[in-house]
Design a protein. Structure first.
Length: 177
């Protein structure tokens, strides 16, 4: 048999083609599944920290706190609520980081501008003017914001071992109005 005839037989033979196709496609499919998993994890953490920020804003906005010790400030109530919500979501509160820039709110009641409470990575601003007015009067409230780290693991991509900071913020109307 000539070399040309053997070459034609090899080209016509399709045994093992499925294995070659699977070897080409399976790594890509595995990478896509890993991406779906890690982006789902990031979205889950985003939901948990957003819920924690909302709980913190509600705790700071209440004029009293039935579960807090006497004499706590709204900022302390917010930090305690954020920590409790993160622990309930199985996240580490010690990894909280302060926001890169303070959210800008106008001062409520004509006082000095709001600023983040010192000594905590949770930025609690009170009193702040929330958007909108009610009957021509300002709506005063509380703003809570912070960031939480997340690290992707997607091999062979630019996101491998990439650490991002997911931001969370929430505001609530003061209850004494």
């Amino acid at each position: 048999m000539s070399v040309a005839a053997q070459f034609r037989i090899m080209l016509a033979d399709d045994r093992g083609a499925e294995i070659a196709e699977a070897a080409a496609v399976l790594p890509l499919m595995f990478l896509i599944l890993l991406g779906i998993f890690w982006f789902g994890q990031a979205f889950s953490i985003y939901g948990a920290i957003t819920r924690a920020a909302e709980d913190g804003a509600r705790a700071a906005a209440a004029p009293y706190c039935t579960t807090c010790t006497a004499g706590n400030t709204p900022a302390a109530n917010a930090v305690n609520a954020v920590s409790a919500a993160l622990l309930a979501a199985k996240l580490d509160p010690s990894q909280i980081q302060a926001p890169a820039s303070q959210p800008s709110f106008a001062a409520c009641g004509g006082g000095s501008g709001p600023s983040c409470t010192a000594g905590s990575n949770v930025c609690v601003q009170t009193p702040v003017q929330l958007s909108g007015t009610t009957g021509g009067t300002n709506v005063c409230g509380v703003s809570v914001s912070f960031r939480y780290p997340f690290q992707f693991w997607l091999p062979f991509t630019s996101l491998n071992k990439q650490r991002i900071l997911i931001s969370a913020s929430a505001s609530a109307r003061m209850e004494n109005q």
